[in-house]
Ligand binder design. Structure first.
Ligand SMILES: [Ca+2]
Ligand SMILES: [Ca+2]
Length: 217
């Protein structure tokens, strides 16, 4: 605060604050007193009154709750709770999203509250983001339309069947691939290729040794 001593002969008559705010900062109060006047920074500002600067309250620890955002303004500040929290910004507490409508999770999901957030997790045999879960249990329930030599994949939207390795077909009807029909299954020229259900074997001719793909006398 700055106190000015006015010129004595005018001291009883002059309101120094009436002219140019007494030279005080725009962010200060100018107070006329008998014989002088004072400049006092507004609340939320610091300085000598002629010069005033906003106090950034957000730089101080504990101004707002740790789960709040601090917003500095000229002469003031505000605190607002982060998303997922409720309160006045000086005190914020976690919102238990699961307490209302199960957090909006799918009826076949579990809602789990966490500090500042929550999660929805689809139940077993259901697939999705937790807010929408689709039944993928058809393959497990044993009523699959797939061939016995096919793999069943239930995406929830649809069920797909794909033949196992060694079988050809659309997944609903799979037939064994005769690997020996093409290039003798890659067996050695001194070996016999034998097709089997879902696979094949290479057997070295009598008098030869090896794994069937390579045979030596
Ligand atoms: Ca401020
Ligand atoms: Ca929460």
């Amino acid at each position: 605060m700055v106190t000015f001593n006015a010129i004595p002969q005018f001291s009883c008559h002059i309101n120094e604050c009436a002219v140019d705010h007494g030279g005080c900062s725009a962010d200060a109060d100018c107070t006329n007193t008998p014989g002088n006047f004072t400049c006092t920074c507004h609340p939320g500002f610091t300085g000598d009154g002629v010069w005033c600067e906003d106090i950034n309250e957000c730089l101080f620890n504990g101004t707002c709750d740790v789960f709040a955002e601090c917003n500095n303004t000229a002469g003031n500040f505000s605190c607002s709770c982060l998303e997922g929290f409720s309160g006045d910004g000086f005190f914020c507490e976690d919102i238990n999203e699961c307490s209302v409508d199960d957090g909006g999770c799918d009826e076949n999901a579990v809602c789990t509250n966490s500090i500042g957030s929550f999660t929805c997790t689809c139940n077993m045999f259901y697939s999705g983001d937790g807010f929408s879960c689709m039944d993928i249990s058809q393959c497990y329930r044993g009523n699959t339309p797939c061939d016995s030599n096919a793999m069943c994949v239930d995406t929830g939207d649809e069920l797909t069947c794909s033949c196992n390795i060694g079988y050809n077909g659309d997944g609903y009807d799979c037939t064994d691939v005769d690997e020996c029909a093409v290039n003798a299954g890659g067996c050695d020229s001194s070996a016999t290729c034998t097709n089997t259900d879902g696979s094949f074997v290479c057997t070295c001719h009598t008098g030869y040794t090896g794994d069937g793909f390579t045979c030596q006398e």
